[in-house]
Design a binder for this molecule. Structure first.
Ligand SMILES: Cc1cc2nc3c(=O)[nH]c(=O)nc-3n(C[C@H](O)[C@H](O)[C@H](O)COP(=O)(O)O)c2cc1C
Length: 157
């Protein structure tokens, strides 16, 4: 059996709940990708062009700092990476996270929650941060996706 990790970023808690359910369903370890500087409600205001998230997401080379690291990342074969969709892609903190590790030979599997849009150009933006890894086509789930749905999906990697 391959060893699996669910790593997730969640600004509002929706993705966190899904990630916990997925980790249970997949028999995976879990790691929360925490920003060094947490996002406030104002930071997340997508209607404001000058909010922190708007400014960061307008620059695809921006890398928000992550607090902490996964210990012994080398032991994992499959890494499910979860996040809320921001502006049709993964928040750039996911790029920061992926770039912290040597992912050669691993499989990276994105999953997300959103207000309704799909994975969009997510993988096009994540590929630069997954050198040497296989970046699988990810999936957007409803917040209430069941453990059995997640289990079935997780077994495909
Ligand atoms: C800055 C920002 C941008 C967002 N952009 C999108 C988007 O492009 N499409 C969409 O369907 N939802 C978008 N959303 C909504 C989130 O993806 C959705 O609420 C998600 O479930 C939040 O997950 P979380 O509670 O784990 O942070 C956006 C939310 C924020 C804060």
């Amino acid at each position: 059996m391959s060893k699996r990790l669910v790593a997730f970023f969640s600004a509002g808690g929706v993705t966190a709940k899904l990630a916990e359910r997925l980790a249970k369903a997949a028999g995976a370890d879990i790691f929360e990708i925490r920003p060094e500087q947490p996002y406030t409600r104002e930071d997340l205001d997508w209607t404001n062009r000058n909010s922190r998230s708007s400014v960061e997401m307008a620059d695809k080379s921006f890398r928000p700092a992550v607090a902490g690291t996964v210990e012994n990342m080398e032991q994992y074969d499959v890494i499910y990476v979860g996040f809320p969709i921001w502006w049709y892609v993964a928040p750039t903190i996911i790029n920061t996270f992926l770039e912290q590790y040597d992912l050669a030979g691993k499989t990276v599997v994105p999953f997300a929650t959103s207000g309704g849009s799909g994975m969009g150009r997510t993988n096009a933006e994540l590929a630069v941060s997954c050198k040497g890894a296989r970046l699988a086509e990810g999936k957007r789930f409803g917040a209430d996706a069941s453990e059995s749905e997640l289990k079935k999906w997780s077994e495909g990697f």
